[in-house]
Ligand binder design. Structure first.
Ligand code: UDP
Length: 240
């Protein structure tokens, strides 16, 4: 059997990844496709933690734009990620992948609270751990949650699955035809060049903790597996 390059990963799925064509809400057939890909990687013996976003349901900034208090709107966003986490859990368990959801804000009736040691133990027991609720703090993003959890559980890499974008470009390739794709970068390059990969908080946390990030296209079958096996697709952003 081929040896995976990464043994423990944090897979960042944006809320939009779960929304399908409409870009809004939860689309079960789309989730079904994604979890098949996750199962393939799980079958390789790779430990997988998922950090899921909530932008398909609600974003704090949207609320702020229409006059809501930002922190309040952000809490709504964090709750949105919990709905996505439960949908993912359901779909994974339907195909026989054992899971645990851990929330950064306690909701004991529906999920475990986030406990670092327990998260690691779950991974060791071959359960996919889904981290919901972001960091549990307003003004942060689920990208930052991915960087934070990756550092905490000592993940080998963050896999950032993008919707219909196959890596990091010098400009938005859908707008600028001269945009070039980077194969490799450092987190510092991302920050200095102002590239749109993660927000700066997430990038600096990943830089300080030397966590590699692989940005790749989720919409191509088998891509999560390819990345885990070390195939050079997408863009790798190195820690140092
Ligand atoms: N959020 C937050 N703190 C966190 C993570 C998320 O306040 O640590 C809120 C924030 O309002 C954000 C929303 O949850 O807009 C959804 O998360 P995000 O935008 O990161 O989701 P994605 O873009 O990945 O779907």
């Amino acid at each position: 059997m081929v040896e995976p390059k990464y043994k423990r990963v944090v897979l960042k799925l944006s809320g939009e990844a779960l929304a399908g064509q409409t870009g809004f809400g939860i689309n079960p057939p789309t989730i079904k496709e994604i979890v098949k890909e996750i199962k393939e990687v799980h079958d390789l013996g790779v430990q997988i933690a998922i950090v899921v976003g909530g932008g398909n349901i609600w974003r704090g900034v949207t609320g702020e734009e229409v006059g809501m208090e930002r922190a309040q709107a952000d809490y709504m966003g964090m709750l949105a990620t919990v709905m996505n986490a439960l949908a993912l859990q359901d779909a994974l368990e339907n195909i026989g992948v054992p899971t645990r959801v851990q929330t950064s804000i306690e909701m004991r009736q529906i999920a475990e609270p986030y406990i670092r040691r327990k998260a690691i133990r779950n991974l060791e027991k071959e359960r996919v751990v889904i981290f919901a609720g972001g960091t549990g703090n307003p003004y942060f993003s689920t990208d930052t949650a991915a960087a934070l959890r990756a550092a905490e559980i000592e993940a080998d890499a963050i896999l950032m699955a993008k919707n219909n974008v196959d890596g990091v470009y010098s400009a938005d390739p859908r707008i600028d035809t001269n945009a070039i794709k980077f194969n490799e970068l450092t987190h510092l390059d991302v920050i200095q060049k102002g590239l749109k990969v993660m927000d700066t908080t997430a990038s600096s946390l990943s830089m300080d903790n030397d966590i590699p990030l692989v940005v790749f296209n989720l919409n191509e079958n088998g891509n999560i597996r390819r990345v885990v096996l070390g195939e050079n697709i997408g863009t790798t952003v190195r820690g140092k």
